[in-house]
Ligand binder design. Sequence first.
Ligand SMILES: *Cc1c(COP(=O)(O)O)cnc(C)c1O
Length: 511
Amino acid sequence: MNAGQEHPTAVAGAGAGAGAALLPAPPLLFEQSVPGRTGVQLAPLDVPRSAPLPDELLRTELPLPELSEPEVVRHFTNTSRRNFSVDQGFYPLGSCTMKYNPKINDQVANLPGLAAIHPYQDEATVQGALRMLWELQEWLGEIAGLPAVSLQPSAGAHGELTGALIIRAFHEAAGRQRTTMLVPDSAHGTNPATAAMAGYRSRTVPTGPDGSLDFAALQDALDADVAGLMITNPNTLGLFVEGITDIAAAVHEAGGLVYMDGANMNAMVGVARPGDLGTDILHFNLHKTFSVPHGGGGPGAGATAVTADLAPYLPPPVVCRDGDTYRHDYRRPRSIGRVRAFYGNFNNAVRGYAYLRSLGGDGLSEMSRLAVLNANYVRAALADHLELPYPRICKHEAVFSARLVARDHGVRTLDIAKRLIDYGIHPPTIYFPLIVPEALMVEPTETESKDTLDHFIAALRAILAEAAATPELVRTAPHSTPIGRLDEATAARRPVLTWPLPDGGSPRRGK
Ligand SMILES: *Cc1c(COP(=O)(O)O)cnc(C)c1O
């Protein structure tokens, strides 16, 4: 079977390794450099030449490539065509919510009246922008069921840190010294890292047999040293945490606070409110749930919502309204302090605001319902082909295990993921959550059509058939890319830049 014939966006399927469709690998800018070539032409000097810079100020170690403008433009254009983006194809990267971001939101964020305002501008001249931020705070608070919101944090993990510092400040204000943060074993790695950054020791709570939190283990772990629980719901198994209100009540009973990692809110918006389920603090990932491109124009946006009781701890300023006037309120006597300069990633707030307004309340709950429906469609269609470690209705993502494929055919999850690239599909998240062996975490999102989901399902079934019949084909995938397997761990852990010396000496290395 050749999935490439079924779907217009797929590159040829089985065996497609021929380079016919490939662009030649562009040389590095350093390799293209020609001494003396330049992309600018300066007017002749008509002022006295200044004294030369002292030698010790001259950089000798990092020669910049010398190129013409078209060479540089072509280099970056060709490089960009080798990228894989959500604008190009299906991108089911679980937990990341790589949904299509409507372009209108970018256009709104680029309106000169919004893009060109200055953070030091007099508040009287930016009333529209302040009103927008205030409304965004209000709406996010309404969605969270938690009334007080800070738009400052720049990412999900940054919202986590804001929340963990609020937990710390809350206990300290009451004269309590608590040193432990409970974190489920299915949590995103940022959760224990955040707990550590906020000065806590993180203690792991296991997942129960149904994929929820093990309630008995939680009760065992709850003592007078526990500052709080950082729980993700739906969790990273894509499952709603059953008994969440009992869990929250038990944590509160023990004097702790409940932090909900809201990175998976795409499954819940307009359907259930974390505040109503016992959450004290929640971060949103505007760059997952509310259509901000990941890394859009810089960092993301991790708006953080808290109960009314915790509002005094929020970072200043918070936008408030007096009658028809909007202003920044810096009076936060118990604040944890600022977590970044100015008011958060403003242009991402604009994108999120535009998205919320364009969908409206009903549209937002439909968004979440469709995200859940799409994930369950994929789950059901592949249930006979891959193991489901927790076979129940999932939320926005379905987590499979390819354990048996690895055992029977020696084809691992990584191989399956790489082979999907040959079918024009970005790999799903793999080997996460860690508690699922050979995990494949598929998050289709609500923006994908049934045709796209069917193409993905057909591609995965075809790859599983290949794993049985021609395992080497899968083990050596991808075959359609200029470079096959990359050493991703080393590339991420030891990014090394090399450049040639002008005298032709051996390349220098730097980090
Ligand atoms: C993405 C994610 C985070 C971290 O968000 P960043 O914006 O990448 O810092 C935290 N928890 C979960 C469950 C996530 O999926």
